[in-house]
Design a binder for this molecule. Structure first.
Ligand code: AVI
Length: 317
């Protein structure tokens, strides 16, 4: 009940964010949800991560899409809509739009309204024949579509290996929710592959410190939006490979013993204790195929790059 009381007293506070943070900091392994990375500054830092030499994910996926998107033309009915949950800057979607000129609409969905509207406006300007219908929302709690598209066939696009940021059970539920979108004809999804852990850790702990700034920004965001009193200088970023769960974990590690308060609640940190802020699961083509099948999808094509760093899958219902 404490979250609702607190939110009631402070109408500017996002009650869900507050509840999630109170729950997460109260756990034996303190944890926060990675969706909260993406305020305006977090979205800007994420765009910077995508440009880093160590972060092979974006450029490898872009190369696969550029090579292979032409194969999608003809697989999707004319007049279909392209729906992109978690659209961010909508850069990759342009490759699909260019490859499938018969698409009639594009629906970017994102939690960060300002970022979304700016990139949707750019898309509408560059693709004047396309009906661009941005939706601000959290696709992890449901995929809301704009009115009037119920009957339109839909190709879903979920690039970036964002699916890897969910635990296997949540990922299965999200894939099942996508499978349940009315009129869905396919899903093009980017999936990062298992590889040398050293390479993975470097991708999530770059020497320029951009990923560290992205992780630490969560503390600044909580201070600003929820009134926590985190000292961001007393935490450091850490990326760990967890082989058993096949995932990179990001943590914010307390560099000293300290107490953080949030609306009357106090959270003790021992020196070295961490807040687990993100998982990024890595798959094989087969393990992802099994996950997709458990959610009712059939595997179609799976494309990779020559180094087999990343994969893009076309799934059909
Ligand atoms: C958005 N997501 C797929 C990124 C990833 O690779 O897991 C988020 C990220 N975290 C640190 N660097 C990038």
């Amino acid at each position: 009940m404490r979250d609702e009381r607190a939110a009631a007293g402070r109408p500017d506070v996002d009650a869900e964010f507050l509840r999630d943070v109170l729950d997460g900091l109260d756990r034996p392994q303190k944890a926060l949800l990675p969706k909260y990375f993406y305020d305006e500054e977090g979205s800007r830092l994420f765009d910077q991560i995508c440009e880093l030499p160590e972060y092979y994910v974006t450029r490898t996926e872009l190369a696969i899409l550029r090579d292979r998107a032409g194969e999608l033309d003809g697989l999707v009915p004319d007049g279909a809509a392209l729906v992109e949950p978690g659209a961010g800057s909508s850069v990759k979607v342009r490759i699909l739009l260019d490859a499938m000129p018969s698409l009639s609409a594009c629906v970017p969905l994102d939690i960060s309204g300002e970022h979304l509207h700016a990139s949707a406006a750019r898309l509408a300007e560059d693709y004047p024949a396309l009906d661009v219908r941005p939706v601000v929302g959290d696709f992890t709690t449901g995929i809301d579509l704009p009115d009037g598209l119920d009957e339109t066939p839909k190709l879903l696009f979920f690039p970036g290996s964002t699916i890897g940021n969910f635990d296997p059970e949540e990922a299965g539920a999200l894939l099942a929710a996508m499978r349940g979108v009315p009129g869905v004809v396919g899903l093009v999804i980017g999936v990062d592959l298992r590889k040398d852990p050293e390479r993975l850790v470097a991708a999530y702990d770059d020497p320029q410190g951009v990923t560290a700034a992205f992780n630490l920004n969560l503390l600044t965001r909580m201070n600003r939006e929820l009134g926590t009193d985190f000292d961001a200088d007393a935490f450091r970023h850490e990326a760990r490979w967890n082989d058993g769960d096949s995932r990179i974990e990001m943590h914010l590690v307390s560099t000293c013993e300290q107490v953080v308060s949030l609306d009357g609640a106090r959270f003790d940190f021992a020196a070295g204790e961490s807040i687990h802020t993100e998982n990024s699961h890595k798959f094989s083509i087969e393990s992802f195929g099994e996950l997709a099948a458990s959610a009712g999808w059939r595997s179609g094509r799976a494309w990779t790059d020559p180094e087999r760093l990343f994969s893009v899958h076309l799934l059909t219902p």
